[in-house]
Design a binder for this molecule. Sequence first.
Ligand code: ASN
Ligand code: ZN
Ligand code: CA
Length: 331
Amino acid sequence: AEEQTATGTGTGYNVGPVSLETTLSGSTYQLKDPTRGNTYTVDMNNRRIGAGTLFTDADNSWGTGALTDRATLAVDAQYGVSETWDFYLSKFGRSGIAGDGTGSYNRVHYGNSYLNASWSDTCFCMTYGDGNGTTYGPFVTLDVAGHEMTHGVTSRTAGLTYSGESGGLNESYSDIMGTLVEFYSNNAKDTGDYLIGEKVVTSGTPLRWMDDPSKDGSSAKCWSSTVKNLDVHYSSGVGNHAFFLLAVGSGAHTVNGVAYNSPTCDSSTVTGIGNDDAGAIFYRALTTYMTSSTNYSAARTATLKAATDLFGASSTQYTATAAAWSAVSVS
Ligand code: ASN
Ligand code: ZN
Ligand code: CA
């Protein structure tokens, strides 16, 4: 059938009403975005195997916001890609996860009561669980979408090995960029915060806190020689904490109505430089200076080189980058 780009509307569970670029194929609309590398979304029909079924619709109006409509979570997933794509393009000039304009795809309604989301380099695709209907809601949120797709970006750039300190850095980059996607999107139902997964857990308790990662009871807020032995989702705390200090600063701050209190490991005071400059420094470090074996000490060096490139070695941004790493005990 002849295919053309169309603009539809959708209502997601977490993002509410949004606009979506779709494909009109013959007389049927497909949840496939020709303006973002033909990224599309399939329904896994609560199975863990098979290709799933491409979401299609007769009138280009997708989902109702209710979970009883299977397309509702497809809206959240498709919009999550849109926002992540647009974030990387507008902030860093990166076209898609691989940087070459290639789209990915989303698999929603994966398995039964599946409590996770993931990126796969093999299928170049995202997988989202529905949650369990009680303590965990669907894992299809803006910060999780940005987190998972950033695993794809990291894989195509520095290639940080997913264990030890490089694994913690890999996880931290996903939390940082996922958070910046949430801020970029400025969604009325999911405004930017420095919390990870706050829309996933139905109690509203985040999975992770960037201002003080130790608030989850497991994550490291300061570097030590044993950080490398932690699960990567806990050793990520060092990088998340450094990024928060660089973007926002130490001590008490309220952003978008959320109160934070970020300690330093050396009793220093750090003054933040904002999300845009901090994000630019971290992105340039990831894509220009980091390698598969970069550890926290090398991450400090990489971000300082990036800060020099972007702002100069005498800039407040350079000084703040050094101060943020020192404040999490990374020298
Ligand atoms: N959702 C998890 C993550 O992205 C999946 C994993 O353990 N890799 O970190
Ligand atoms: Zn991850
Ligand atoms: Ca968040």
